[in-house]
Design a protein around this ligand. Structure first.
Ligand code: 5GP
Ligand code: ZN
Length: 113
């Protein structure tokens, strides 16, 4: 999508501090980290949010979670981590391209604000 920040990052038009990339998925550090480890994982194809997912994206989602697990192992997040995807205004979504926040290396509060 032409006017989408994360599509531009996925296409390499805007730089990002990348952790992992393949033909379908990109992981990069969040520009405004909310924990000592805070990165985002996105599908390269434009999906507006988790509200738009269908069973067709099952393999893509499994791959995203497998990449998250591997990256967290590599980053030494053995105490645990949190995966969050915000949806819409009430969910706190500010970038309308599906992304999974991965937060780690501090004790995270529950319930979230
Ligand atoms: P949301 O609020 O949609 O759940 O999450 C969007 C996230 O994208 C925020 O945590 C924000 O800090 C991050 N973000 C916004 N613009 C950029 C950018 O240009 N580069 C990177 N790496 N992260 C960004
Ligand atoms: Zn997009």
């Amino acid at each position: 999508m032409d006017d989408c920040l994360f599509c531009k990052i996925a296409a390499g038009q805007i730089p990002a501090n990348k952790l992992f990339e393949d033909e379908q998925i990109l992981a990069f550090y969040d520009i405004d980290p909310q924990a000592p480890v805070h990165f985002l994982v996105i599908p390269k194809k434009h999906i507006p949010s988790a509200a738009c997912l269908t069973e067709q994206e099952g393999a893509l989602l499994a791959r995203i979670y497998a990449v998250i697990a591997r990256l967290c192992r590599e980053l030494g997040c053995e105490n645990g981590y949190r995966v969050v995807t915000n949806v819409g205004a009430d969910g706190g979504q500010s970038v309308p391209h599906l992304h999974f926040h991965v937060l780690a290396k501090r004790s995270l509060a529950w319930p979230p604000g």
